[in-house]
Design a protein around this ligand. Sequence first.
Ligand code: AMP
Length: 358
Amino acid sequence: MKIGILGGGQLARMLALAGYPLGLDFVVLEPAEDACAAPLAGHVRAAYDDPKALEALARQVDLVTYEFESVPAEAVAQLGASLPVYPPANALATARDRNNEKNLFNELGIETASFAEVHDLAGLEEAVAQVGLPAILKTRTLGYDGKGQQVIRPGGSLEAAWKAVGEVPCVLEGFVDFDREVSIIAVRSVSGELAFYPLAENVHKDGILRLSTCLHDDSHQPLAEDYARRVLERLDYVGVLAMEFFQVGAHLLANEMAPRVHNSGHWTIEGAETSQFENHLRAILGLPLGSTAPQGHAAMVNLIGERPDEKAVLAVENAHLHLYGKAPRAGRKIGHVTLRESSAERLHTALDRLYKIL
Ligand code: AMP
């Protein structure tokens, strides 16, 4: 069985690493020559919307998935005409647009921060009157890792914020004074089987995820599962879905969803019985899902911008180093380290040791 992946970055690489033990092969469609999944897969090197390249990919594979949500809808439609493409196109159309996903959440009774659509500067003024300040102006599409976002503080210039996001369709979101950020990785297979990983607590810096810690028996787990189930079932979803939340007291406000394997689930490679990557593959292939039970106490730290001293990292007991084969560049995720320990206390001690090295 050969699986096509749109995108050839670290998520595609880790999907391939999880798929080889299951006897799977992979082909990635990715314009970059130095795509980090390319050493592990066939590589169709072309733009994601190149019809000839999509045809070449379709000829080589049995099934297509993707590693990012900004895949052009036409590419999915072209591939979908001859092959199964998972997650489904409607999930992609919803998740790639912040306005669509927030409307879906609210429609399903899932709380969000207050928000308003913005099409122009006058619209931004109206949105501020509705949502209040501080608020965050976010581009509806193509934003990631804090890109395409501007915080507007009381008294701040609306015009400057509108210019800074590129004067494109946006949503204005009320600033949430959250207790924690958490996410759930959920999975639904072709047969409708569902599974949920334990919540991860996430720490971001400059809009980029730094640390994800697997939570054990968290009181918000049932609500997060309930919210994820509503989305999975509404979209007739197949594959892994990540949902990110702001936790405020007993409430979970959905921030966004990702129709793919997600950075806040990388800890599952060593920290869960079955990784999110393997379960995504099982789900899209219609295989039974693997157990999502946590193995010990796990946390994942992203390596951003610089390559760490590998020897020092590996000298930390129970540290698992993942380098993606990417050239270091400011703000770029080049790898991650997962720590897995027998108790929460030991995990915190190990994290302290790791932070001294990074
Ligand atoms: P996003 O690209 O929407 O995931 O935003 C990146 C990060 O910015 C989030 O994980 C939060 O740490 C922060 N952030 C985004 N939106 C809000 C908000 N409405 N209120 C407070 N913090 C936010």
